[in-house]
Ligand binder design. Sequence first.
Ligand SMILES: Cc1ncc(COP(=O)(O)O)c(C=O)c1O
Length: 374
Amino acid sequence: MKKLVPEYIEKLEVYQAGKPIEELAREKSLTKISKLASNENPLGPSPFAIREMTNALWDVHRYPDMFAHQLKNSLAELYQLKPQNIILGNGSEGIMGYIVRAFLQPNEEVVTSESTFIGFLILAKSVGAKLIQVPRQADYKYDVKAMAKEITPNTKIVYIANPDNPTGTYITREEFDFLMKHVPSHTIVILDEAYFEFAQGQEDYPDSMTYRYDNVITLRTFSKAYGLSGIRCGYGFGHDYLIGNLHKVKLPFEPSLIAQKGAYGALKDHPHLIRTLANNRVQYHALMDFLSKVGFNPIPSVTNFITFKTGSKEKSQYLYEELLNFGVIIRPLAANLMPDHIRISLGNKEEMDHFYEAMNSVLPLYYKKFGDHK
Ligand SMILES: Cc1ncc(COP(=O)(O)O)c(C=O)c1O
């Protein structure tokens, strides 16, 4: 067939999501499944969100409010912003799509870290941009000094996932300030704060709401701490000029009515967020202890997941597949070009106990096959 797409599209690979629960249940005829693969909220959505979404079902014959007044006003109040500085989208990834569409052209450069959030890397490649992926530091953190050196007059976007997925590390206020000193005004900085709620307690975490750079777009989401991955709703903040231009390329009725209502409801339920963060803290310490005890070296994380090194792609794949037999879905990181690492999302107590039980069954054989690395 005649070539219909540019080379940069032909070279792209389809994004691989965490294995869905239904798929594993079908494949292995299992009834108990714990999905610890996509950094979702194990407590589920807030009942406030469910009530808003359920009520809205009666109105789905109508298009949603394309200006999403209700949700934008809630966000504006929460963060002391003007609604015209807010953009909503189908997940924060939807907004990344608008950013790429509005601002990024073929051969313009994007500076970011190696093996960071794949969703953005795919989007940048999909418009033929040139990706400059700077190696990480030995402690897995972004190397901001090396990133600053890569910024040229052709750099259109600097992408920072803060905290980062899949490592769970973050850049500090000092590092962010340093980087911003090297970013010219014609370069847009995307500060992807999908895991902001989990990281905000860190004293040196640079909460972007306390900065007002004209060339920074902050992205956040209802998919993680708010437990609403399935409805697709994310939000962004930025200067009028940036947000105004994003609105020109945005599909008018994203996010959907149900997504707008669910997000609006979730914002009203602060106790649910507090419960989510409390569960996360408890499970974080338990998983760090477990992984260390069984001989791995987990990367300290300020998110709702932990990544650790297995040492080889074969070991990662073995653990992944053996745990699937027990109904536990984790995330090997081959697609992130970290094939010798594995990422575990923090679940609720029941899910984590399921994981520990499965690991205790799998590890003796793992050690026998690959040697005890303790
Ligand atoms: C760093 C990062 N940014 C963005 C996203 C996408 O989130 P959303 O569901 O809001 O599109 C994810 C999801 O895993 C993520 O890890």
